[in-house]
Structures are given as structure tokens and as C-alpha cells.
Design a protein around this ligand. Structure first.
Ligand code: TEU
Length: 564
């Protein structure tokens, strides 16, 4: 069914079910809607569908707060619908990777409901601590540590019933599981095995490098004026991470059954990735690094403190991971997901004049790196950021909480709205744009989040008719990966690292050499022939602007050449 390392030449397509396709008119995407659009994925040529959570959930964090790991939330459909989707994918030769969210559950999960009782045998399935010494429960500073939560506020929530606090690195409705407890680990592995038995081909593991914490739960370094300590170094890449991942792999048979595993690892480093993806250690196949998507943050700031990213900085970041994992382990390659703003708006140029070319060129650059590429729904259409201007348009808990926190700390409203416009996760969550009809063919009802008005031009129906579309370009990139070993395994070498406009690199495998020439700017540029291998004899495999072979590159023009 699956060969060892099959995922090395695979391309993964991420579906955020809430925003993909609504089949029952309630304004929210659902599983039958995905099944109805599998031809889109098959036409694109992707090998894997990564499905963001569809489990039962109060939807505090749009399903990343799970109250039943083994049932489908009625909002998305039924288990029978999910079985039909898995079957439909397999019939199209597409494998299915489920989202595994086991750093935390929902506070409405029966495990946590039970654990609220101090006498319950499940009390120790979560992190409970009494108020800080010398502080009365519920008073400021009584939290057991000075850690902040990712969605604003403290990382500890007082449970009045027991007078103790519980840990939640995200929202108060997402209590962290205590992975020190072997009962927790066994319950997670049993659940994973049942999903594998149901036909699932792998897992994307949500914040999996947070599951091992420093059990001493010490205070974190706290900058003066900062409301909380920066706890990331205390909760990320903890002392037992490798032990847990190896145990999970063994207990679930992840490598034995050649299941695709990708660990989402905020704050991970190349050293952690080399270790965790080293095949000999049988932990994970690959990880999502955050290094390149944390570059546009002002030094010492949070994601909302905006900064530009000069191209050389971005190029060097991806190069570091290419070099770091060249001889051991494996990279994932991504620009987009449901947490990140749209790449054409972030690192490209989403103006009407340059949107298509920049989306295609950013796709070429990413897909010609070494690793498994991930395409996020709508990326193959060149979908852009939402363009929201009022707080009422936002839905994401992270964005809404940030607005409240920042304005209460005195930040100017327009500064906060600007940060949201550039970085809110809702930028990635506007409904998939299928056609130019009302609501872009996403729903016949009222969409849960506003549809981007640009759907009249930016939509799958138009793209599939247009040989020059982003969709056609992504289809060609995916076909190239499937047909060319050098794209999959060729050694990466960055050229012209300090050039502010050009992204130029080679891939070499045996006597085959590919050259990628990309103008990642909105101005024309001429390539200095003394700085690149002899391109004249090269065969153009893929280009954004057909028929051009000289050293002049138009704005956002890129070419992939096979050198003689
Ligand atoms: O995201 C992990 C994570 O680090 C996020 O906080 C992300 O960095 C941030 O949202 C960027 O703005 C995962 C899921 O992908 C995310 O959707 C969930 O909200 C989060 O974990 C909690 O499960």
C-alpha cells in the first residue's frame, strides 16, 4: 500500500474544512463539500490531502480544541462522510493525513471534565497547580508561573471548583495534556491506531514539540513592562520530546506502516529537526519550521510587530534549512497554511499587475527546493489576504483577543488594525474561491467569514480554463517533481545570496543540473552572466513568461532550466 519514503516525492494539499466547500448551505464548509471537489485536487496532481481538524469541538479555536477525537463534529458531517472522503481520496490515488492535536484537548473533552474533580484518577492527565506561594487564588500574580498564553492573557486558568489553576498554552478552553503521565500517552496512541485502522495514511502533529515541558514549571524570563514571561524556551523542545516521539512511533507503527508524519514545531531549530527527522531514530519524517514565517517580526516583538524582510534574509533562511538537512532528515516546504497570511500578499506583490506572476514565481522557488511541498487551499489560485478593515469582520480568537489586549494596553486602533490586516490568520481562512458567482460558489448560504471580493477574477473555474494561470503553473510544478529525480533529491546550492531582487539556485544530482532564475521583485532586472552557470545552452523546463531566454527578467519572472 505504501512504499518506504514515498512522501519524499509527494506534494501535500492542505484543506481547512471550514472554508473549503459548503454542501448544506449553513455557510460553513463540510466533508461532503470536500468529497465533491476531489477532482480539483486530482487535476492539480497532489498526492496527499492533509485535513485540518473535523473532530467534535466547541470551535473555540476552529476545531483545534477537540472534545471527541473519534467522532466528527456535526458541523462538518458524520463519520460515514469521513469514511466516504477517505475512500474517495484513495480512489483518486490521494492519501489522507489527519491533523493530530494532542498537546491539549478542549475543556469540554470528557477527560478534562472528569479531571476537574481533584479526586478523579484523571486529575493528573492535565497540569494542575495551587496558587503561587503567598497569593490567594484569583488574585493578580497568583498564577503558578508567569507564563503568557498564545491567545493573550496568562497561561493558567483558575478552576474555582478546586481552587487550583490549570495550564493552557493557547486558549483557556484548550487545557494542556500532561504527557508525563503514561496513561495520557497510551490513550493518544490507542486513538491514533484506530484512525490508522480507519484508512488514514499519516498525521500532521499540532505543536508537537510542546508536549514535553520542564516539569519544574519555572518562571520564564520577563522583560520589564511585559505582562508575562516568554515561556517558549521552557515549553518548546522539552527534555522528553524524542522519547515521546519514538514511543509514539513504536506504539502506533508509524514507520513500520510507512505513514507520513509531519510535526508542527514552533520554535524548533535545525538541530532539533536533524534529530527528530533522522530516519535512524524513527521519530518523525519531517517538521514544519517557523523560522521563515517569523522573519517579518520586529526584533524582540510578537507577530503583530511588523517588519519588512529583505529578500536575502528570506533566501538565507531557507538555505540554512536546505544545508542543515542535506545529509540527514527531510524538509517540509511551505509558504501558506491556515495560520499564516497569504504568501502573495506577504512576500509577493498582490497588485492586479503582478499577483499572478508573483504567485507563480513564489511557487516555483518553493517547489524547486529540496523537501516535501505543502500547498494550502487557494494558494494554487494565487488567493490574496482578506483586506478586512473593521474588527467585526474578524472571527479568529487570536486576532480578536489581540485587538482587545493591544487596545487595552493603549496601542492606537489603526496600528492594531494594520497588524491584523497583515498578519491575522483570517487572511488564510476566507472561503475557497470556486467561481465568480455570489460567495464564490463556496456556499449558497451566508459564509461564516466574508469572501474576498476579488473572487470575481480569482477563482478555480477561471484558473482551470487559463493555461497561464497560477493553477496551471502549480500543476506543472507538481508534474515536474513527479518526473524529475533531481527536483526531489538534487543537492541545493544558493547563488547570488546577497542580491536584493534575484533568487538564484541550482539543484544537482549526478550529472543533471537544474538552475532556478527568479526575479522576486516588481522591477525588471538583468542577470549578470558571470555570476550564474552558462544558461544559454539550458533547456527551459518551466517558465512564468513563455519564450524568453535572455538574461533580462521581467518583474516576478522566473525560469527553471536544465543545464547542458
Ligand atoms: O498553531 C501553533 C502555533 O504556533 C500558532 O500559535 C501559530 O504560531 C500562530 O497561530 C501564528 O499566528 C497550531 C495550529 O496550527 C493553530 O491553528 C492552533 O490555533 C494552535 O496550534 C493551537 O492548537
Amino acid at each position: 500500500r505504501r512504499e518506504p519514503g514515498w512522501w519524499r516525492d509527494a506534494v501535500v494539499y492542505q484543506v481547512y474544512p471550514r472554508s473549503f466547500a459548503d454542501s448544506d448551505g449553513d455557510g460553513v464548509g463540510d466533508i461532503p463539500g470536500i468529497t465533491a471537489h476531489l477532482d480539483h485536487l486530482a487535476d492539480l496532481g497532489v498526492d496527499v490531502l492533509w485535513l485540518s481538524p473535523v473532530y467534535r469541538s466547541p470551535m473555540d479555536d476552529n476545531g483545534y480544541d477537540i472534545s471527541d477525537y473519534e467522532d466528527v463534529d456535526p458541523l462538518f458531517g458524520t463519520l460515514a462522510d469521513l469514511d466516504a472522503l477517505i475512500e474517495g481520496c484513495h480512489a483518486h490515488g490521494i492519501r489522507v493525513v489527519m491533523d493530530l492535536v494532542v498537546n491539549h484537548t478542549s475543556d469540554e473533552h470528557p477527560w478534562f471534565v472528569e479531571a476537574r474533580d481533584p479526586a478523579s484518577p484523571k486529575r493528573d492527565w492535565y497540569w494542575w497547580r495551587p496558587p503561587r506561594e503567598g497569593h490567594a487564588a484569583g488574585t493578580p500574580g497568583a498564577e503558578p508561573t508567569n507564563w503568557g498564553a498564545a491567545f493573550s492573557g496568562p497561561a493558567w486558568h483558575l478552576d474555582p471548583h478546586s481552587g487550583e489553576y490549570y495550564l493552557h498554552l493557547f486558549s483557556p478552553k484548550q487545557p494542556d495534556l500532561n504527557w508525563e503521565n503514561p496513561e495520557v500517552r497510551s490513550a493518544v496512541y490507542a486513538m491514533m491506531r484506530r484512525w490508522v485502522d480507519r484508512g488514514v495514511d499519516g498525521f500532521r502533529m499540532d505543536v508537537i514539540n510542546l508536549i514535553s515541558k520542564d516539569v519544574g514549571l519555572p518562571d520564564a524570563p520577563q522583560e520589564p513592562g511585559q505582562p508575562y514571561g516568554s515561556s517558549f524556551d521552557l515549553v518548546a523542545n522539552g527534555p522528553r520530546l524524542d522519547e515521546y516521539l519514538a514511543e509514539m512511533n513504536r506504539e502506533v507503527g508509524l514507520t513500520d506502516q510507512h505513514l507520513l508524519t509531519v510535526g508542527e514545531m514552533p520554535g524548533s531549530t535545525i538541530d532539533v529537526a536533524r534529530r527528530v527527522t533522522d530516519p535512524d531514530r524513527r521519530e518523525l519524517d519531517m517538521v514544519f519550521t517557523f523560522e521563515h514565517v517569523d522573519l517579518d517580526v520586529a526584533p524582540g516583538g510578537a507577530k503583530w510587530d511588523l517588519a519588512d524582510v529583505p529578500l536575502p534574509v528570506l533566501k538565507r533562511s531557507l538555505e540554512r534549512w536546505q544545508v542543515g538537512l542535506a545529509d540527514v532528515g527531510w524538509n517540509s516546504l511551505y509558504w501558506n497554511n491556515h495560520d499564516q497570511p497569504r504568501v502573495v500578499s506577504r512576500f509577493g506583490d498582490d497588485s492586479p499587475e503582478h499577483r499572478v506572476a508573483s504567485a507563480k514565481t513564489l511557487g516555483t522557488v518553493l517547489h524547486l527546493h529540496r523537501g516535501t511541498p505543502y500547498v494550502y487551499q487557494g494558494e494554487e489560485l494565487g488567493m490574496a489576504n482578506a483586506g478586512f478593515e473593521t474588527l467585526e469582520q474578524y472571527r479568529d480568537i487570536e486576532s480578536v483577543n489581540y485587538h482587545a489586549e493591544a487596545t487595552s494596553l493603549g496601542l492606537a486602533a489603526e496600528t492594531v488594525m494594520r497588524s491584523l490586516a497583515v498578519k491575522s490568520r483570517d487572511n488564510a481562512r476566507t472561503p475557497m474561491q470556486w467561481d465568480d458567482t455570489a460567495s464564490a460558489g463556496f456556499t449558497t448560504g451566508t459564509p461564516w467569514l466574508a469572501v474576498n471580493p476579488d473572487h470575481v477574477d480569482v477563482n478555480a473555474a477561471a484558473a482551470r480554463r487559463d493555461p497561464q494561470s497560477v493553477f496551471a503553473h502549480y500543476r506543472a510544478l507538481i508534474a515536474l517533481r513527479h518526473s524529475d529525480e533531481c527536483v526531489v533529491d538534487g543537492r541545493f546550492e544558493l547563488l547570488l545570496p546577497d542580491h536584493e531582487q534575484l533568487w538564484v539556485f541550482t539543484r544537482t544530482l549526478g550529472d543533471e543540473r537544474l538552475l532556478v532564475l527568479a526575479n522576486c521583485s516588481s522591477d525588471a532586472v538583468t542577470v549578470d552572466p558571470s555570476h550564474v552557470p552558462d544558461v544559454v545552452g539550458g533547456e527551459v523546463l518551466l517558465a512564468t513568461h513563455d519564450g524568453r531566454t535572455g538574461l533580462d527578467l521581467a518583474p516576478w519572472e522566473s525560469r527553471v532550466l536544465r543545464l547542458a
